[in-house]
Ligand binder design. Structure first.
Ligand code: AP5
Length: 214
């Protein structure tokens, strides 16, 4: 099963992708997490990506596409995978289609998690991410057991640099301009599925499981 998660920044793609990965036993491939790991490890890719990410801009396609195509050809992806944060532009989607067609495969589902912009700003200011393992929380909707401490690894929880309100506004603008056209792209391919992302995260997950089947 090959799944793409679509949706605005903060729509809950990562939250849902982690739950789907666990339930269906397939890897969760998040380009945001891969880039943040590169920044943390001080790689050349990380240094290049950071200048774009901190401004709320997309990292150029040529830095991302090969990275993802290499990743989904790994052994652990044989049963399928969830792409979270990729593709994000029409050229990325076309590159993905070409790479899959070359090995006789295709995407099964593109799931769009719909959340209006006004909910997004509120969500992002409450999001906290673990510096150790990258687990995500929300101070109201998904609070850690102990304040500022990750339930999984005990790491410190921080507000991501790109979750400051002015950067979130910029990311939303970039999303509408460059990523939202993917909704039509996958609708035309008849694999688009839409879920309401404004309800409780367990209900969003139930709607997605309903689409994917047990
Ligand atoms: P990335 O990390 O992919 O950021 P994003 O797409 O902007 O998505 P987020 O991680 O911010 O949000 P999400 O939808 O996963 O929401 P979450 O589940 O955390 O990318 C970061 C940057 O990297 C980009 O800006 C770009 O620069 C670069 N980049 C990455 N991929 C790229 C690519 N392919 N090409 C070019 N550049 C790329 O949820 C958000 C919050 O809400 C959390 O606190 C969560 O607990 C809470 N929440 C979730 N669901 C609910 C719910 N139902 N109700 C209430 N709260 C909820």
């Amino acid at each position: 099963m090959k799944i793409i998660m679509l949706g605005a920044p903060g729509a809950g793609k990562g939250t849902q992708a982690k739950m789907i990965a666990e339930k269906y036993g397939i890897p969760h491939i998040s380009t945001g997490d891969i880039l943040r790991a590169n920044i943390k490890n001080g790689t050349e890719l990380g240094a290049k990506a950071k200048t774009y990410m901190d401004q709320g801009l997309l990292v150029p396609d040529d830095l991302i596409v090969d990275l993802v195509i290499d990743r989904f050809q790994s052994d652990d992806c044989k049963k399928g995978y969830i792409l979270d944060g990729f593709p994000r532009t029409i050229p990325q989607a076309e590159a993905l289609d070409q790479a899959l067609a070359a090995i006789g495969e295709n995407v099964d589902y593109a799931i769009n998690v719909e959340v209006p912009d006004e909910n997004i700003i509120r969500r992002m200011s409450g999001r906290r991410a673990c510096v150790g393992c990258g687990a995500t929380y929300h101070i109201v909707y998904n609070a850690p057991k102990e304040e500022n401490k990750c339930d999984v690894c005990g790491g410190e929880l921080i507000l991501r640099d790109d979750d400051k309100p002015e950067t979130v506004q910029k990311r939303l603008g970039v999303y509408h301009e460059q990523t939202q056209p993917l909704i039509n792209y996958y609708d035309n391919k008849k694999i688009l599925k839409e879920v309401d992302g404004t309800v409780d995260m367990k209900d969003v997950f139930a709607a997605i499981c309903n689409i994917l089947g047990e």
